[in-house]
Design a protein around this ligand. Structure first.
Ligand SMILES: *Cc1c(COP(=O)(O)O)cnc(C)c1O
Length: 356
């Protein structure tokens, strides 16, 4: 006899992380290319001397700092080891057998995997032809079994963003017992004033008595802490309480907590970096469009090239030019905006492709 694992897991594809190819430029995982700030490295190094101790499982200091920054009570904030674990916790907290999670597709690859692992059913709602979330179709897809839906804003991997007025009209029509999760992993790269700040949006909804709006944020992208794993959710007290119940004790480690706090201390410097990335995003998109590519306007730190059946060939072409992008076979390639020289290397590869 051998160990019996869940049969349904055999059919489940594994999460595919962006590739790291030695000697190549990695634009595959939406990381910030610039290294961590010296002040953050110092704080982590100092904290490392106490790693024989368990971390604060409540992340109290970090939660208090976030409560101050965001202007929400601490009992409306839950931390997780990356917002991806909070996605899983939110599904665990809302779905029992037979319940459904609804999300746009294509979107963040973790949504279908985590939904399956938790044991919930899933409904994928195709994007519009303009690569945007189809909010009307999402509304139409809600059933009495729907417990949670994800609004990835801006959407990974297409970079498109939902506007405030559209989100308001959408949420007004979602039943009260369905949790709307606004996943804002790329919020800090948004420069369109019509795109909402999810936390401010949620506050307005709560004031109107709609407690079914939650927001996910992460320190992995704009704050440059992808390797340390820390993110947070802002939600109603009831949802936060449920998130804490399904939290694996101590999973946000001590160094991640210290790094997140040090990053909040250095926020101005980090946001300056984001502004530079946003400027580069404009340049990269302009040059790609001039070279003949279709590129939906992006509000994130990446651009999307809907290359369809040519995607894998484009991926190979970029690899031959020592640039690693993220290919979704048959659909498109997502390219992270890096430092100017990295972007130049990618643009050179892309232009050589269109010249072929
Ligand atoms: C990167 C990403 C996350 C999660 O990142 P963590 O590193 O787990 O915090 C969540 N949602 C989206 C859409 C992402 O792209």
């Amino acid at each position: 006899m051998s160990v019996r694992t869940r049969a349904d897991l055999d059919a489940l594809p594994s999460y595919v992380p962006g590739k790291t190819v030695p000697g190549a430029i990695k634009l595959a995982s939406n990381e910030v290319s610039a290294g961590p700030l010296p002040s953050v490295v110092r704080a982590v190094a100092e904290a490392a001397t106490a790693m024989n101790r368990y971390p604060d499982t409540g992340c109290v200091e970090l939660v208090d700092r976030l409560a101050d920054k965001l202007g929400v009570p601490a009992d409306r904030i839950a931390t997780g080891s990356g917002s991806v674990t909070l996605c899983q916790q939110l599904i665990q907290a809302t779905c029992a057998d037979g319940d459904e999670v609804l999300f746009p597709w294509r979107s963040f690859e973790a949504y279908p995997l985590l939904t399956h692992v938790v044991g919930a059913a899933q409904t994928r709602v195709p994007l519009t032809s303009g690569h945007e979330l189809d909010l009307d179709a999402m509304l139409a897809a809600i059933t009495p079994r729907t417990r949670l839906l994800f609004v990835c804003n801006p959407n990974n991997p297409t970079g498109t963003a939902v506007r405030t007025a559209d989100l308001e009209a959408f949420v007004a029509r979602v039943p009260d017992d369905v949790l709307v999760v606004i996943d804002e992993a790329y919020k800090e790269f948004v420069d369109d004033p019509h795109v909402p700040d999810g936390v401010e949006f949620a506050k307005t909804q709560w004031e109107q008595g709609r407690d079914n709006v939650a927001v996910l944020r992460t320190f992995s992208k704009a704050y440059g802490l992808a390797g340390l794993r820390v993110g947070y959710a802002v939600a109603s007290e009831r949802v936060v309480e449920a998130l804490r119940k399904v939290y694996v004790p101590f999973s946000v480690n001590a160094l991640a907590q210290v790094a997140a706090i040090a990053s909040l201390d250095a926020e101005d410097e980090l946001m300056e970096r984001c502004r530079a990335i946003v400027a580069e995003r404009g340049r990269v998109r302009d040059e790609l469009v001039a070279a003949g590519f279709e590129v939906p306007p992006s509000q994130a730190n990446f651009v999307w090239l809907p290359l369809g059946e040519r995607t894998l060939a484009f991926n190979d072409h970029c690899l031959a030019h020592k640039v690693v992008v993220r290919a979704f076979a048959g659909d498109g390639a997502r390219v992270t905006i890096g430092e100017p020289e990295e972007n130049d290397a990618f643009l050179a590869a892309a232009k050589a492709w269109s010249a072929e």
